[in-house]
Design a protein around this ligand. Structure first.
Ligand code: ATP
Length: 350
């Protein structure tokens, strides 16, 4: 059974359709990431699951029960926001105990619950402190412990790491991933950061303009992008797209390399590459330029790892190549991925 499921869910704010008919089902215990550009509707979708926003149409199911009309408190979900929203004047203990208040529990039982939740997140020693006496990572764990204390069946996290600096963000991400796997709670996580999504997600839901464009593992969405939006939203730099005769040919910058680097036995598609400029990023070199005139939008980028010592100079031409099994084909009209017969296509003869 899916822990969280939405069916044909829509949310309109006046003229704006924030979520436009989304179907989605999580798997038990999975880390499901909602990824997309700012304004694509991912926060609105999460808020409808939490019960903080009423859908204009469609249904939300939690553990098989239609909760569409229930208030947040009765949905057995816990939501952690970007800001953590900890109460500054309360100790960590009181912050974690707060959601138990309406349950009118015995003092001892509350204490037991708080200790259980705090120990799960490794913050048992911080219970007497106030939020301002904690690091960003510790605050995050307090917010998670507070969300966990009512033993929800799902965690809803809205960009919980975005207030942390880059270094802390990486360690907090790693920690969150390990915690989630250990606790095994189904988690829906909203972010616009593709690196975070690829690192954390068992599966990623890529959204744009209120709709789901693709659901898949990080490997699937990156290597078998369903359309040109997904192909260019993921990857840094994004996938190169060349157009010719109603066909879009896509390849990732890291697969576009000097032909000499591929062995004779590799079936490759060759391109003349007129280099315009380069950037050295330390770990990689980005090489910008144009391929043959037969293609529309012929500006492309190559990404050469620092291990590749091949000399490349601006204003020179080279033969670069992409293995044929790394080429992607899309319909130029719809942007949708094309499969099968296109896989072996000779791009220059297209
Ligand atoms: P971000 O990453 O910037 O938070 P998002 O993908 O989470 O973006 P949403 O916050 O879900 O996007 O917003 C989707 C669309 O709905 C946007 O166009 C936004 O302006 C609009 N919207 C969201 N909440 C409201 C509201 N309460 N009233 C009116 N419009 C809203």
């Amino acid at each position: 059974m899916a822990i969280v499921e939405v069916r044909q869910i829509v949310k309109k704010f006046g003229d704006v359709t924030a979520v436009d008919g989304v179907d989605l089902a999580s798997r038990d215990g999975e880390f499901l990431v909602l990824l997309g550009p700012s304004g694509c509707g991912k926060t609105t979708l999460l808020r409808m699951i939490a019960g903080l926003e009423i859908p204009s149409a469609g249904h939300v199911f939690i553990e098989g029960r239609d909760v569409s009309q229930l208030p947040p408190r009765q949905r057995n979900v816990a939501m952690v926001f970007q800001s953590y929203a900890l109460y500054p004047h309360m100790t960590v203990f009181k912050n974690i105990a707060f959601p138990l208040k309406p349950l009118k529990m015995q003092r001892e039982d509350i204490r037991e619950k708080v200790m259980w939740s705090a120990s799960m997140f490794g913050i048992g020693h911080l219970l007497a402190r106030r939020p301002r006496e904690l690091s960003g990572g510790e605050r995050q764990r307090v917010a998670l412990a507070r969300a966990m204390v009512r033993e929800p069946s799902v965690f809803l996290l809205d960009e919980p790491l975005s207030n942390l600096d880059a270094k802390l963000r990486t360690s907090a991400r790693e920690e969150l991933e390990q915690l989630q796997k250990r606790i095994g709670i189904t988690t829906l996580y909203v972010t616009h950061d593709q690196v975070e999504a690829m690192g954390l997600g068992d599966r990623i839901v890529v959204m744009n303009e209120g709709r789901v464009r693709q659901v898949g593992t990080p490997h699937e969405v990156y290597h078998r992008s369903a359309d040109t939006f997904v192909a260019t939203f993921l990857g840094s730099p994004p996938m190169n797209l060349l157009e010719k005769d109603g066909l879009v040919i896509g390849f990732r910058p890291e697969n576009f390399l000097p032909v000499q680097l591929y062995g004779d036995d590799r079936d490759v598609e060759r391109f003349r590459f007129d280099v315009t400029w380069m950037e050295d990023l330390g770990s990689d070199r980005l090489i910008y330029g144009n391929v043959e005139r037969e293609f529309a939008h012929r500006h492309v980028v190559a990404k050469l790892s620092a291990n590749v010592t091949f000399s490349v100079e601006p204003k020179e031409s080279y033969t670069f190549a992409v293995p044929k099994d790394k080429l992607n084909f899309f319909d130029a009209g719809t942007g949708l991925r094309l499969e099968g017969r296109f896989a072996l296509r000779d791009v220059h003869g297209a």
